[in-house]
Design a protein around this ligand. Structure first.
Ligand code: GLA
Length: 382
């Protein structure tokens, strides 16, 4: 792969590569729509991700090219940048915009290539943002620590791209460890890398292949609903985040939340946060069966209370529930299409794939893409 990409770089820019960086995507095992509510999440980095090949160009220009998208941009170095349209290079540009507040750069030729399906909920945007932050830090020796790079990448997504995401994705793709899940407290940003022993099971990623239209505006809508729930509860309770409550406390104060829909959102958040704690306990005992049940419960709550799943993701999980070779399944990431994950018996993986494809095709009219995922390391130079 490295060699092929070098050749592509030489074709595009007619010079040799000087640096090569890689940043993975992520799946979240459990704890969905929790990071911006101050609770715990359990993501891990995967082996697919984005590459960035770079060389200086001495022209005072940042030349952005991608092997995935046709759009390209040549942008003259400046102290600040503005987002233009919806093109892919806005993601790295948002990060460079923030870094430019405190640092001066030189012209670069930048070639991006990713093997993550875009817009499928595997954090292709966080991957490219952290990749850019990390690469600029290394190339220009900025000396910024990895957590601050993560925060800059998140800020770029929030302010430049306009999505109110939490810190989970950027954190996971930066700090991921091989065969480990990251138990991340999104309030304190403390984390533990916990072994994720799958025994005779494999982690399946199932891309519903549903285009995620409206995902960004729906995501921001859920963010605002959670802020409204919090403001209603804060009239009587001294809390900073929805995840400061447990289910019993929320039940006792649910009437403070005026809207029925917003109360449902809060119920999901509080119970989902509790499921993360239970999952960590189950995983520490290698009790995959209990973890699988928590995955199903998480999906049901995201479907019924948080309403972010949709027919495609529900169909995948519905099939998984019928298959005794599957311990658990759920949507992962923001939802509204995108990917599901499942714990599937390794020696039955092919059977699982073909049966799921047929079941899904029958109900939805096209096939999902199913693959086995390895759990890999975070951002790095290659
Ligand atoms: C997206 C966001 C994350 C997180 C998840 C839902 O992936 O980028 O910050 O909120 O959705 O858990």
């Amino acid at each position: 792969m490295e060699n092929k990409l070098n050749i592509e770089f030489e074709k595009v820019f007619e010079k040799e590569v000087e640096h090569h960086f890689f940043c993975p995507g992520r799946v979240n095992l459990i704890g969905e729509h929790i990071d911006y509510n101050g609770g715990k999440v359990l993501p891990c980095a995967i082996s697919l991700g984005s590459h960035l090949l770079v060389a200086r160009n001495n022209t005072g220009t940042l030349r952005f090219r991608s092997l995935n998208f046709e759009e390209k941009a040549d942008i003259i170095l400046a102290d600040s940048y503005t987002k233009s349209g919806k093109d892919w290079y806005n993601y790295p540009l948002g990060v460079i915009h923030l870094l430019s507040k405190n640092h001066k750069f030189e012209g670069l030729d930048l070639l991006f290539y990713g093997n993550l399906p875009t817009g499928a909920g595997l954090s292709s945007s966080a991957s490219i943002e952290v990749l850019t932050a990390y690469a600029f830090d290394r190339i220009f020796k900025l000396g910024i620590n990895k957590l601050d790079l993560v925060k800059i990448a998140k800020q770029a997504e929030n302010e430049f791209i306009g999505v109110n995401c939490g810190i989970m994705d950027q954190f996971a793709v930066a700090f991921g460890e091989k065969d480990k899940a990251l138990e991340l407290n999104c309030d304190t940003i403390e984390y533990n890398a916990v072994p994720f022993n799958l025994g005779e099971y494999s982690l399946a990623i199932i891309n519903t292949n549903k285009p995620r239209k409206l995902a960004e505006s729906k995501y921001n809508e859920r963010f605002t609903e959670c802020r409204t729930a919090l403001a209603d509860l804060q009239k009587q309770l001294e809390i900073q985040h929805l995840c400061d409550l447990n289910s019993l406390q929320l039940d006792a104060h649910l009437d403070l939340i005026k809207s029925f829909t917003i109360a449902k959102r809060a119920q999901h958040v509080v119970a989902e946060n509790e499921r993360v704690y239970k999952s960590i306990e189950a995983m520490s005992k290698s009790d995959l069966e209990s973890f699988g049940k928590l995955m199903y419960a998480s999906h049901d709550s995201l479907r019924n209370l948080y309403e972010v799943t949709g027919q495609e993701l529900d169909t995948v999980v519905e099939y998984c529930k019928k298959n005794t070779d599957v311990l658990g399944a759920r949507m992962t990431g923001a939802g509204f299409g995108g990917c599901a994950i499942a714990l599937v018996k390794s020696n039955k993986f092919d059977k699982f794939t073909s049966e799921l494809e047929a079941y899904y095709n029958d109900k939805i009219g096209y096939k999902p893409s199913v693959f086995k995922s390895a759990i890999g390391e975070g951002v790095r130079a290659l």
